[in-house]
Design a protein around this ligand. Structure first.
Ligand code: PHE
Length: 340
């Protein structure tokens, strides 16, 4: 096989190349798996030792020359593409670019802020570390109150002056009085944020979770205003007709207090496993702000009144996306998080 003849032919063809497609064909013809180079290598086995030595050298030379030639012509072809036109190999596999995205709870928080914002509520950031006073006493929960048992607390060191002991807030309600101490009504705010409870975990309890507090104070705010607000909010969060219902509840910082239920978003109230056949989903606690709380904030409780509510954002995400274990939110498991 006369390789110099083949090389000559290749050089001729290379000069006539017009586009990268032709270049690829040429590459295949000479250097590809079934190309001329490979033929020459296969043919080696039929030669004598002497011949093989000679032909081996010729093959090396041939390969070197061809590789250089093809590299050069490829560069030329790319260079001859018009300015701004990039060489683009349509046959190469696409590179998947991993994209980041929000955490499901942050997505609910974002939606809540948007919806409440459209209703005129301001978003307030509170602190996760606060005092026993703001978390309990100021909210009408004195030291011996049984409601404290329901909120087992992460203490951050005790102080002799009992109400000055610091803790991780057990609910976002701890932000109510600090806010009212330095803002004069009327106002309407929401306070999203992490809260902590020192308790065993299970599928519906974690020791840290996200809450969203709401507080609206004005001259003549009633329960009807409250219901009007939450009806709009939940319809927009779940994107469908939703009914809400108020059941009597108990919180020391509201009077009267309610538990709020939503008509089941899955079965529309007919009864299914999500709502345990009741047709309703328990969604949050709420009530009219207790006069003692207004007193703690040194607001004149005869003039001002309003409502407060607190909901777990994890619970809403669980209902919205059919998540069955609250611990998944902070497990850091990417298989879970990547689904959102
Ligand atoms: N702080 C209460 C809780 O964590 C919820 C709540 C907030 C209830 C405001 C009434 C008013 O359970």
């Amino acid at each position: 096989m006369d390789l110099s003849q083949i090389l000559f032919q290749a050089q001729k063809e290379a000069r006539e190349l017009k586009n990268i497609q032709q270049w690829e064909d040429l590459y295949r013809k000479y250097l590809g798996k079934k190309g001329k180079l490979s033929d020459a290598l296969v043919a080696l086995k039929d030669l004598t030792v002497e011949e093989r030595k000679k032909q081996g050298q010729a093959i090396n030379h041939f390969k070197q020359e061809l590789t250089q030639l093809l590299a050069k012509t490829q560069d030329q072809l790319r260079g001859s593409l018009k300015a701004g036109q990039r060489f683009f190999d349509v046959s190469s596999p696409a590179v998947k670019i991993p994209q980041g995205h929000g955490h499901p709870i942050m997505e609910i928080r974002r939606q809540m802020e948007e919806i409440f914002g459209s209703l005129g509520f301001s978003v307030i950031e509170g602190q996760e570390v606060t005092s026993e006073y703001y978390n309990f006493d100021a909210l009408n929960i004195p030291g011996d109150h049984p409601a404290r048992d329901a909120m087992d607390t992460f203490w951050l060191g005790q102080n002799n002056q009992r109400s000055e002991s610091m803790l991780l807030r057990t609910h976002t309600s701890a932000m109510q009085v600090p806010y009212m101490e330095c803002h004069q009504p009327p106002f309407k705010i929401i306070i999203p944020g992490m809260v902590y409870r020192y308790e065993a975990t299970d599928a519906s309890h974690d020791y840290q979770f996200y809450q969203l507090e709401g507080l609206m104070i004005d001259r003549d705010i009633s329960i009807a205003n409250f219901k009007g607000v939450i009806d709009v909010v939940f319809q927009r969060i779940f994107n469908r007709q939703i009914k809400t219902r108020l059941r009597p509840g108990f919180f020391p910082f509201t009077e009267p207090s309610f538990e709020i239920d939503l008509s089941c978003v899955k079965c529309q109230g007919k009864g299914c496993t999500l709502c345990k056949q009741t047709g309703w989903l328990e969604i949050m606690g709420a009530g009219m702000v207790h006069p003692n709380v207004l007193r703690s904030a040194k607001l004149d409780h005869s003039g001002w009144q309003g409502f407060a509510f607190g909901m777990g954002l994890g619970r809403i995400a669980m209902i919205k996306w059919g998540i069955d274990d609250i611990r998944l939110f902070f497990s850091g498991d990417l298989r879970f998080l990547k689904q959102f």
